[in-house]
Design a protein around this ligand. Structure first.
Ligand code: HEM
Length: 474
């Protein structure tokens, strides 16, 4: 591989590579975006790494990322192969959406996901009504804490996870349900299993996964999560009545009924379970973590919390539940939510892409099959775009007249062909949960508690360190 690299005269520069291990020791896999920031300063916006023999190129800053993902969208639309997921049932033509290789089956399943998320609730309750209802359950649960100090983490996870349960399996769980709490815990643990040096190493040296017991030991929570999904789907299939559509699983089953052509388009049982798990993993932790950042920033900036509440009181009042129609009349609240996403920097290094063909970027040559890391953190904190990149500053999203504006470098959902298909749903959840919570409660740091930490814990997502709060009814 050393020889191959040398023959590419315009290949991006990078740190010195050691035999076998490559540049893996140049990266802190528990905070990769911090390492990338240092390397960006040294090598520029496009630099290369070597994970053992796997070529990796990291893209930094808004201009570079936009050029790759938007202007050369197809060149950068593939995903690398992840051997560490094989034990969960991933394989050829069974890849779900998130880690699927770019191609026909991915396109079909992505289109299916987007349209099902969009048309959800035809004739029945809309998704918006379901979020409003769930926000009501969440507030009731918070109220039962009676203003005492508590950790809101599990409750937020439950509320957000319930939205995915509703979409995928047609029903929500009660917050006290034991199975539900186990499910939430499994998600958290399976995310943790994907972080750090070991999973990266196993991906590039997959032979180690053949050692009996290794995948079971390294990815126990992922395996349990998959088993859980299988049980729910099996139950679901037994109660399926083609005359009714309860949820996304039913729509998928209907597609599967269409026979061989549908199967070739990816609509078979293995993909049903993988699409289901994709929506849980991609759609719950991201949204709930954003809401936890939102409340943390409100604790740290009570004056901003008061301004949001004043806008809620003016536009919605204290009784009527917020709806999406209110958003257009609430520029300040909207700006605060966007700033939470920018400053919280929830998915700092995105998901890995791979070049679909040989390509060029800003004069550099990047060959087909190169793993591409989109450093979203470097876009959301790009010093050439944001006035105060490292501060919580809602004015980033307000013009001189106090109207909402969205700078182009706001890319928490990434961009291009692989951009997050859950953006619309996530936006709706963030707006409705956040405004309902601040309509009903004022959040404060308990007297005996120190000021909560503002730095992040990284495990694929950047999440806040645990904190306690008091929710005072308004
Ligand atoms: C992919 C962010 C919520 C489903 C992604 C990606 C990001 C992202 C950065 C990677 C895009 C890329 O590869 O360039 C977020 C954030 C969310 C959120 C910040 C919440 C605040 C959701 C929700 C769902 C969802 C609610 C669905 C229920 C997906 C899927 C993909 C994805 C299926 C893979 C797309 C593909 O590979 O074609 N998301 N997401 N996400 N997200 Fe989201």
């Amino acid at each position: 591989f050393m020889k191959r690299r040398k023959t590419w005269s315009r290949y991006p520069p990078g740190p010195a590579s050691l035999p076998f291990i490559g540049t893996m020791f140049s990266i802190d896999f528990h905070k990769p975006h911090h390492s990338f920031h240092q390397l960006q300063k040294k090598f520029g916006n496009i630099f290369s790494l070597q994970n053992c023999w796997n070529n990796v190129v990291v893209l930094n800053g808004y201009k570079t990322v936009k050029e790759a993902l938007v202007h050369k969208s197809e060149d950068f639309a593939d995903r690398p192969h992840f051997p560490i997921y094989e034990h969960m049932g991933y394989g050829k033509n069974s890849e779900g959406v998130v880690v699927a290789r770019y191609g026909h089956v991915w396109k079909e399943l992505r289109r299916f996901t987007l349209s099902t998320l969009r048309n959800f609730g035809m004739g029945k309750k809309s998704l918006e009504e379901r979020v409003i209802e769930e926000a009501g359950f969440l507030c009731a649960e918070i109220k039962s804490e009676e203003g005492k100090s508590f950790d809101i983490h599990v409750l937020i996870n439950n509320a957000v996870c319930n939205m995915i349960c509703t979409i995928v399996f047609g029903d929500r769980f009660d917050y006290g349900d034991e199975t539900f709490n186990k499910l939430s815990q499994l998600f958290q643990n399976s995310l943790n299993e994907e972080t750090g040096f070991l999973p990266q190493f196993l991906n590039v040296v997959p032979i180690l996964l053949r050692i009996p017991g290794v995948p079971q030991k390294a990815f126990r929570a992922q395996k349990e999560l998959m088993d859980f999904i299988d049980v729910v789907i099996d139950k679901h299939m037994k109660t399926w009545d083609p005359a009714y559509t309860r949820d996304l699983t039913d729509v998928f089953l209907k597609e599967m009924e269409k026979g061989k052509a549908a199967e070739e388009n990816g609509f078979h049982y293995s993909n049903l379970r993988l699409v289901a798990v994709d929506l849980f993993t991609a759609g719950s932790e991201t949204t709930s973590t954003t809401l936890r950042w939102a409340l943390l920033y409100m604790l740290l900036h009570p004056e901003i919390q008061s301004k949001v509440q004043a806008e809620i009181d003016k536009v919605i009042g204290r009784e009527r539940p917020p709806t999406m129609k209110d958003q257009a009349s609430m520029p300040y609240t909207n700006a605060v939510i966007h700033e939470v996403q920018r400053c919280g920097d929830i998915v700092p290094v995105g998901l890995p892409h791979m070049t679909y063909r040989d390509t060029e970027l800003q004069g550099f040559f990047i060959p087909k099959g190169t793993t591409i890391i989109i450093n979203l953190s470097s876009v959301l904190k790009d010093e050439t775009v944001w006035e105060k990149p490292n501060e919580f500053h809602p004015e980033h999203f307000l013009d001189a007249k106090g109207q909402f504006v969205k700078p182009e470098a706001f890319l928490p959902f990434s961009a291009g062909r692989r951009a997050c298909p859950g953006e619309q749903l996530a936006r709706m959840e963030l707006f409705l949960f956040f405004t309902t919570l601040l309509q009903k409660f004022t959040f404060v740091v308990p007297e005996e508690q120190p000021r909560p930490r503002e730095d992040a814990h990284f495990a694929l997502t950047n999440s806040p360190h645990p904190y306690l709060l008091r929710a005072l009814p308004r």
